[in-house]
Design a protein around this ligand. Structure first.
Ligand code: BGC
Length: 743
């Protein structure tokens, strides 16, 4: 199968010459950076409206049937086109960390073999870099590969807030913090769209659990919505210029998100002025009239039970809509508005009116980007007695233990699966870097099975290997599931949440035995977030969080373990000591009441570190935590008030022996407030790269919104005058410098 677009990508002769001219003129601006044109347009929000007249003219040439064909899926990943007018089908693809393998028109996997693509670290790993430039680089790879594969929309980034560590899709999402999520998402979106492909930010909104995801009705305060759950979507639209957005499966305040009047019409298209298109999650449209009236522009989905004879005209935005318009129950203008939005996105992605520049698939440069991101994503959680980095001199043998050392992860997790041309496993990475002088052995130690029982023979073998080696590298943690993502081993996977935080496959038992056999054991954890370490954390000297690090993950991990790369990742999510310490479980409702599946977010704005800090609950590892092989000194914090904004200056020095990078995190603490506020909130950060002995002065600006809270009575953001502390830290707990300002 080739991924070349059919010739109708070049606008065919039936389309107005004037429209062609308008599109190609703007393409000159777009190919370098579509956002440049977006920002300079009067309308903003990612859409340059200069083509409106041509778009309306095109709509006026369409029959009702042609319009309706454009607002629903016509295959598993395409919505309808109008060949007569040179309008192609819109081709979408998952998804957040790589272009998904082909599913043909109706989920038939393409086995021709050229549907592989670069497998990047998953969302949580990207956020752990705290490096928005890498967000952009990540997006560029995705956009370029999507384009090479003939895709128009890439279904990512996923920006839902990590409310509970049990959520099966946290690995795809970014963080528990709206500010960090926003910064990384904006970079990602701009990167994707720099390639002339649309990003689709998802899942709008409050899709914070997979269990009962299509039944759940989320209830939360307006303040929690505005302060926690919406900011990343807002930034994606208003700063990132995302051209499309996906409605979530769940309900919000009693109405399905995909056609939710408040979320879509009032906030997204109203307050934020979004001019792009809203696509449903797959099968998420539940009601035709609500979808027509409340802003759903394209209904996507598939009825797996009907395969291979799916009748896409029977979709809720299919033939029924034609009948409703013809009988006068629905105004055609409402359908025109949906088509207008689709055409705008087509125009912006050069699907109509101009030729696309070529993309590139699975290049060396893209694989290098995947490796760079993985290297910056890995977080050194604990390193007592400097067990890491491993020294090649003096270490003659390493026992690698744990089934995750050889397990490939790319095809796991559900819709975000990727088929890379290769995937370097942790064992392969370690073997390669250890070199010939070090004897590397491997023992799986546990089995990924549904039974989850300890396998004593494997434990005995692992203990034996541990005893006879100088060092042990244990590689365990969570798993993803493969094609059976909804069944065995699917802890970080779509459609299910984790049953608990307990380590699966009896790893506690295995690890306890291994640590006893060899205290010089480094624990490497694969996974989308926290795991319960209570059984063994006291006995281990070194713990490394590796996430799902992508196709070059094994290389990146080995470089960190052997000190070729100095770790600089920081946790984008708090690691609790035990599940009950997490706010959604301590104060809120999860997974929802039995009968109606209402989930009330009673913890309100106290999510993640906002809860741990305010309620004085000690986490195992705090938000923003991550060690380095060097040390950093903070000094000379200066605050310079500029109206309602504050400029913060600070010196950071590498005080240790090797080059490294520090993420300086700025938190704001409101000293007196008429409402309860979190102990502190992240409002700026900067990743600084320093050679040994080098120091740099960094300048960060805290704009007015860094000091505001959402006032429910006033229905708006409020800056209450008074004193604010500015805290500069190496993590949310490790504050190294502070100042005070009165606003
Ligand atoms: C997921 C989306 C995904 C879509 C298409 C849905 O099940 O929730 O994130 O983009 O499928 O694969």
């Amino acid at each position: 199968m080739t991924y070349k677009r059919p010739s109708f990508r070049v606008l065919c002769s039936l389309v107005l010459v004037a429209f062609t001219v308008a599109c190609s003129t703007s393409e000159k601006v777009q190919t370098s950076d579509p956002q440049a044109s977006a920002l300079s347009s009067n309308e903003g929000n990612g859409i340059n409206m200069s083509h409106e007249a041509q778009i309306n003219e095109l709509i006026s040439k369409m029959t009702l049937e042609e319009k309706v064909n454009m607002i629903h899926g016509v295959s598993s990943f395409t919505s309808g086109g109008v060949p007569r007018l040179g309008i192609p089908e819109m081709v979408m693809s998952d998804g957040p960390h790589g272009v998904r393998p082909e599913h043909g028109r109706d989920w038939a996997l393409d086995n021709a073999g050229n549907d592989s693509s670069t497998y990047l670290p998953t969302g949580v790993g990207l956020a752990a870099t705290w490096n928005p430039e890498l967000g952009y680089a990540f997006g560029e790879v995705l956009g370029s590969e999507a384009k090479a594969r003939g895709k128009d929309i890439i279904l990512g980034p996923g920006v839902n807030i990590m409310r509970t560590p049990l959520n099966g899709r946290n690995f795809e999402y970014l963080s528990e913090d709206p500010y960090l999520t926003s910064r990384m998402a904006v970079g990602y979106i701009k990167g994707v769209q720099s390639q002339g492909v649309a990003a689709c930010v998802k899942h709008y909104a409050a899709n914070n659990q997979e269990i009962k995801r299509a039944k759940v009705n989320v209830e939360m305060s307006e303040r929690a919505l505005r302060e926690l759950y919406l900011p990343a979507f807002k930034a994606a639209i208003t700063e990132g210029g995302a051209l499309s957005i996906m409605g979530a499966y769940n309900k919000f305040r009693g109405q399905y998100c995909t056609h939710n009047q408040y979320l879509i019409n009032d906030i997204l298209k109203g307050e934020w002025g979004f001019k792009g298109l809203v696509v449903s999650d797959w099968g998420a449209v539940m009601n035709t009239m609500e979808a027509i009236n409340n802003g759903t522009d394209i209904e996507m989905g598939t009825d797996l039970l009907q395969m291979p004879n799916i009748n896409y005209n029977k979709f809720l935005l299919g033939d029924t809509v034609i009948t409703l318009v013809k009988s006068g129950q629905v105004k055609e203008a409402l359908i025109d508005e949906k088509v207008r939005r689709i055409l705008r996105v087509m125009s912006h992605t050069n699907m109509i009116g101009a030729k696309r520049t070529p993309g590139a698939l699975s290049t060396k440069a893209h694989q290098e980007t995947a490796r760079r991101i993985a290297e910056e994503a890995i977080v050194l959680l604990k390193n007592d007695g400097n067990l890491l980095p491993l020294q090649k001199t003096g270490v003659k043998s390493i026992a690698v233990i744990g089934a995750n050392a050889t397990r490939k992860q790319a095809m796991g997790g559900g819709s975000s699966q990727v088929l890379p041309p290769y995937e370097v496993t942790p064992l392969q990475g370690i073997q390669k870097l250890a070199g010939a002088g070090v004897n590397v052995t491997f023992a799986p130690g546990f089995e990924v099975t549904r039974a989850e029982k300890a396998n004593q023979a494997l434990i005995d073998e692992a203990v034996k290997a541990a005893k006879s080696a100088d060092r042990v590298i244990f590689v365990g943690g969570w798993t993803h599931g493969y094609t059976d993502a909804w069944n065995g081993g699917a802890y970080d996977a779509e459609g299910a949440d984790k049953p608990s935080l307990k380590m699966p496959f009896a790893q506690d038992q295995l690890l306890t035995a291994v640590l006893k056999a060899n205290p010089n054991t480094v624990v490497v954890l694969i996974g989308g977030g926290p795991i319960d370490m209570s059984q063994w954390i006291g006995q281990t000297k070194a713990v490394v969080q590796a996430w799902y690090p992508g196709m070059e993950g094994g290389t990146a991990l080995a470089k960190v373990l052997f000190g070729e790369t100095n770790p600089s990742g920081k946790l984008p999510v708090s690691f609790p000591k035990r599940l009950q310490d997490s706010p959604a479980h301590a104060l809120g409702q999860y997974p929802g009441d039995k009968d109606t599946v209402n989930v009330e977010y009673k913890e309100d704005i106290f999510v993640g570190y906002r809860y741990f800090d305010t309620y004085k609950v000690e986490p195992l590892f705090s938000f923003g935590h991550g060690l380095s092989y060097t040390t950093f000194g903070y000094s000379d914090l200066k605050l310079n008030r500029q109206g309602d904004a504050v400029q913060v200056q600070l010196q950071v020095k590498n005080t240790g022996p090797v080059a490294g990078a520090e993420v300086v995190q700025l938190y704001v603490k409101d000293e007196q407030s008429s409402v309860k506020r979190p102990e502190k909130e992240l409002k700026a950060f900067s990743k600084v790269f320093l050679k040994p002995g080098e120091s740099k002065t960094i300048t960060l600006t805290l704009a007015k919104d860094a000091f505001q809270f959402y006032d429910e009575a006033k229905k708006g953001w409020v800056l209450e005058p008074g004193k604010f502390q500015i805290l500069a830290g190496s993590s949310s707990k490790d504050i190294r410098a502070r100042g005070e300002v009165t606003l």
